[in-house]
Design a protein around this ligand. Sequence first.
Ligand code: BGC
Length: 754
Amino acid sequence: MPANIAELIASMTLEEKAGLCSGADLWYTKAVGRLGVPAMLVSDGPHGLRTQKGGSGTERAATAVCFPAGCAAAASFDTALLRRMGTAIGAEARALGVGVLLGPAVNIKRSPLCGRNFEYYSEDPCLAGELAAAFIRGVQSQGVGTSIKHFAANNQEARRMICSSNMSERTLREIYLPAFETAVKKARPWTVMHSYNRINGAYAGENRQLLTDILRKEWGFDGFVMSDWGAVSDRVAGLKAGCELEMPASGGVNDRKIAAAVRAGTLDEAVLDKAVARILNIVLRWADLAAGPAPELDLAGDHDTAAALAAECAVLLQNRGALPIAQGQRVVYIGGFAQTPRYQGGGSSHVNAWRVDGALEAARARGRAVEYVEGFPADRDQREEAEFLKAVEAAEEADVAVIFAGLPESFESEGYDRKHMRLPESQNNLIARVAAVQKNTVVVLHTGSPVECPWADDVSSILCMYLGGEAVGRATDALLYGEADPCGRLPETWPLRLEDNPSYLNFPGNGRTVEYAEGVYVGYRWYDARRMEVRWPFGHGLSYTGFVYRDAALCADTLTRDGSVTVSVTVRNTGARAGKEVVQLYVADETGTAGRPPKELRHFAKVALAPGEETQVSFTLTARDLSYYDEELGDWYAAPGRYAVLLGHSSRNIPVRLALRFATDRRRPLRIDADTATDDLLRDERTAPVMRSILQRFGSGENAGMTGEAAAQMFESVPLRAAVTQIGGDQAAAALPGILAALRAALPEVKSKE
Ligand code: BGC
């Protein structure tokens, strides 16, 4: 502990120390005036500032720029973009006196129904983690902290303060923690916000394994943990587990409990001192930085940045020729969203936006020949017959009909989940009718997560803007008219229907618990394993130009445990327009290890290429890229043998497959006793020779009436005690202790956790 902090703590009363472990009000930490400790302001987040300087929560939030929400930002697949966005938000935060921005929000999109998916990044932890790290670096480069949230496994809104997310340790480690792990290790967020929910029965905020063993000891987190707002259940238990700051204020109730516990001897004062030190460390760091000159608030400049970013987040899902729209074509815009785009979600992340650009206004400002018919309202599911017919008629007469569809605000928000995955009926009906009379029908989507698109095969083009922030209309205009090239990729699978989603039978659980029964098979890991047809796969996104890969190579064909192998590929823009490609690297385990998804994203890179230009992209692979979390070892583990390194335009468009061998002498522990299955002993190269000689000594293992192959298969799951009697009768049964000793001798000392 730094000397100045130790001194401060030594001069604080027990009450002051306990008091520092909860907020002063809704948004400020407590000051200790007599010791010169200032109060620090924290504000939402994540895609723009919602700052209420009064602290009571009653005033209107300060005006700020609303950037693309997490769903859209993630579709950029672009760490440089996330960094740029973080830097801009960080600068606004700094200008407005905010100490910590409450974001990024990185929970995994387990179900398309989660009400808060619009704030989150992806169904894939690699993508979510890299983007979060870049965003954090951007914000923190401005002398403002971040609070990565919601730690952890908060994947639904239903009963979020009660429900226990129940899952195996492997699932937690492989799917729900790595986004936090990557961000903590690479970008060192100042704070982490623990989630409301329980995990396997224990509240996240009272979970020592999560908040201390994993977060601090394994990952090296050195900031402080704060609770989500009102998430604290047992304050003293939370403090012991590793939650330093309760937010917001508890009215002094929990501060008194902490002081009483110290006095009663049930809470070691050293635990309290450590928590106070961690809080002071960040508050004083912020105070130091805040004493320097702050940037001027530049909302107009940030609005332009938001427009540029929104264009890079859009995903062109389908294009059968209607896009880009050519100058001179007669165009009709249909749908309330053309005028009033939906650009952000509801709840704590809701920004008091500086100004909002609609696509219609943007088109008119550019002098484009665009007619407008509302057709359906943006804020509710309502069919108005005259408007409906007017829209169909206008579409029939135009060269191109662009329908601005999407989810009304009330359909998705923090605090509750969606009930279904459909667009409003009035929109689906109108799209179908327009598509029947106009072959150049384009659908622009404003949604925070996937929707069923029953009309997809009937329309020409579909452009998904997600919730693209306050300048979304300007970006949409540039994309529709080909002044910008769509370069986003889907950060989540769009299933054909909700029932296909792996969590379908276990979402949102029974009110008290939700079983993550699909385990690690989340998103594309599931759709690929089941070889299911999907509407659009993870990583999918089209462009107005095209890209090809050539000269893909590994620098070596074998990776060792402590080594690395470089993968490189040359990407060429083969079209006539400038564009951006996202090279996606997936790894497939071909060693025969059970229970591994067919492939998993491990790296990605976005490159900008002029027409005809090419560039080399490379990635560095290490053992962790091949690994899964082995519960028995309590560590990441990759079996020796064959892996495939896949390079693709999307998870289902993979032109390159390279073979990589993994060489390691590390083995999973093999327990040898009379119940060990014969198959395990034959498959392990250490025990296989011993086993084979036993089989030879006592018999062939073939049964009458069975082929050798059938007998061998039947034999596989037989335990050693039964196997020896089957193959060698009494004689072999008597030899069992000797056989066990010989097998054990074949195993060198097993090393676990390294
Ligand atoms: C949300 C957090 C948010 C906090 C403060 C909570 O309800 O879950 O994400 O940062 O409120 O507004």
